[in-house]
Write a protein that binds this ligand. Sequence first.
Ligand code: THU
Length: 160
Amino acid sequence: MKSITISTTIDIYDSIEELPLEVINLMKSAVEARDNAYAPYSKFHVGAALLLDNNEVIPGSNQENASYPSGLCAERTAIYYAGAKYPKAIIKRIAISATSQNHAVTEPIPPCGACRQAIAEYEIKQNEPIEIYFMGESGKVAKSNSLKGLLPLAFDKSYL
Ligand code: THU
């Protein structure tokens, strides 16, 4: 038996103001996208914004459903729309922000496992890393330079 150790680096910024203007603006788009969340069940509103290499910003928000599993997260709403509208564009970075009607969200909210898997597919497809920035409604911002940093041992097409 041997063990493997997998390490990852996440940068933590004390506040959004520490980031470059381009990232601040993308996070503003994510915050705006949050307002379009349809989250009557969880009351947890998530916004995502993707920056493409054609300079388009693609927003997404979580869309819930009375049949709970039929709903979709903000990140996948955005990335599938980007894939549908601009199939050849490169995704440079994603900003994510979450808020709740029930409590203050002051910690960075990482994308769920299913969204990581979906983002991994596009990162592999484009063969260029996607920067991921995520936060709550205020407070610290977390950054991974690549989706790989958030999803070790990802399942990909090489196994098919
Ligand atoms: N949600 C997202 O939109 N993104 C995530 O990465 C985590 C969870 C949404 C799904 C659901 O509408 C609500 O947050 C509560 O899970």
